[in-house]
Design a protein around this ligand. Structure first.
Ligand code: FAD
Length: 348
């Protein structure tokens, strides 16, 4: 088991982990199966999670968040996902994709108007990059935003939007200059209750069924220039930066799911009997449990380490900028490799 001192898990971290664990087991776990079956969005518990500070864990208090670090975020998300992966997904998109994007790239006005209500859980945020014909290769998106005076006119079809059926605000990525490809993508913050914002069909899913997913269509949606997130053409960079940061959250979600599966399996093998023994006494079964536990602990080490590294990189950004040049001057790292390999092999 990973001990607290290995990762500077402070008293504050323990407190949020315990609060998330209690909330997850008392409020989320009991309703998880029912919401999984119906596919309804668990708005009531999500609002409560907002009140607990779980919907904007890294957001400064002045913008409605809990003002904690990445490790606190992964610890809480792990506990929520352990009780129900759907709640974990909704929490993850709200924190990692919506709040983080505005925290990092938004103006003061955007932070007050959009970050505050979403970080406090009063409103739901979504992130919308994917299109029916544009997934991993996001630079091929077709949705268009055309500048007309003080407004952008948005047109397009976005798919697979987590929380799409219920989101109040969406960060959407559209082409402003299609001929520039990746460099022609711009990010916007849109409000759902405006003309031209059309929620499409809700996707039926095999898992995370209470996390609603849908298409969103834009038909001549008129958006003030003040709602542009970052500069024109910066959208692709924003999209990728946000996804990079969000991946730690996805990893802690999968850790929570794995732990729940492990605990259920453990309880079953200790109770179920066959051939006069608990099935956990058969080596073939007990080895599976041992392998599960090993992988869970290895993942935990990686995830907590990644969370600490992300936190550290915020503080040591200065050294990173200084260190970078040593990979470039007097021969780049690639050239150094070339020199060494030629010297060693004597070949050119
Ligand atoms: C439940 C759910 C929720 C989602 N939520 C959101 C959301 O909130 N916001 C959002 O914007 N998007 C969301 N998505 C979309 C998700 O990000 C995309 O599904 C994902 O990026 C993959 O795109 P795709 O499905 O179009 O697959 P494709 O990009 O078409 O890929 C198809 C297959 O080809 C493989 N492939 C593609 N390119 C390469 C390559 N260069 N090398 C090797 N293999 C490759 C892929 O790995 C995959 O196996 C969601 C999707 C799902 C299923």
């Amino acid at each position: 088991m990973v001990s607290s001192h290995m990762f500077n898990i402070t008293q504050e971290h323990e407190m949020i982990r315990q609060a998330a664990r209690d909330f997850a087991q008392n409020e989320v776990a009991p309703i998880a199966a029912e919401f999984d079956e119906s596919g309804d969005f668990p708005l009531e518990t999500i609002r409560k999670m907002g009140e607990m500070g779980f919907m904007g864990i890294e957001v400064p208090e002045k913008y409605g968040g809990a003002e904690m670090d990445t490790l606190a975020y992964v610890l809480a998300l792990e506990e929520i996902s352990k009780a129900d992966a759907s709640h974990g997904t909704i929490m993850s998109v709200n924190n990692s994709l919506f709040c983080y994007a505005i925290m990092k790239f938004g103006t003061e006005e955007q932070k007050r108007k959009y970050l505050m209500p979403v970080a406090s859980g009063q409103k739901i945020g979504a992130y919308s990059l994917t299109e029916p014909m544009s997934g991993s290769d996001a630079g091929t998106m077709r949705s268009l935003a055309k500048l007309e005076g003080d407004y952008y006119i948005l047109n397009g079809r976005k798919s697979w939007v987590t929380s799409g059926p219920v989101a109040d605000f969406v960060i959407v990525f559209m082409m402003t200059e299609p001929e520039k490809k990746h460099h022609g993508v711009t990010a916007f913050i849109v409000e759902a209750d405006k003309p031209g914002f059309i929620r499409g069909k809700k996707e039926p899913k095999m898992g995370i069924r209470a996390s609603a997913t849908s298409e969103i269509l834009y038909e001549n949606y008129k958006l003030p220039v003040a709602n542009r997130l970052g500069d024109e053409g910066m959208g692709f960079k924003i999209a990728m930066t946000v996804l990079d940061a969000g991946r730690i959250g996805i990893a802690s979600q999968s850790l929570g799911i794995a732990e729940a599966a492990y605990e259920a399996s453990l309880a079953y093998v200790q109770e179920r009997e066959a051939f006069g023994k608990k099935i956990g006494q058969f080596q073939g079964i007990s080895f599976k449990l041992a392998d599960m536990k090993t992988r869970i602990e290895a993942s935990r080490l990686l995830i907590y380490n990644a969370a600490m590294a992300k936190e550290k990189s915020k503080k040591t950004g200065q050294r990173y900028r200084d260190a970078k040049i040593t990979e470039i001057y007097e021969g780049t790292s690639e050239i150094q490799r070339l020199v060494i390999s030629r010297l060693e092999t004597g070949l050119r």
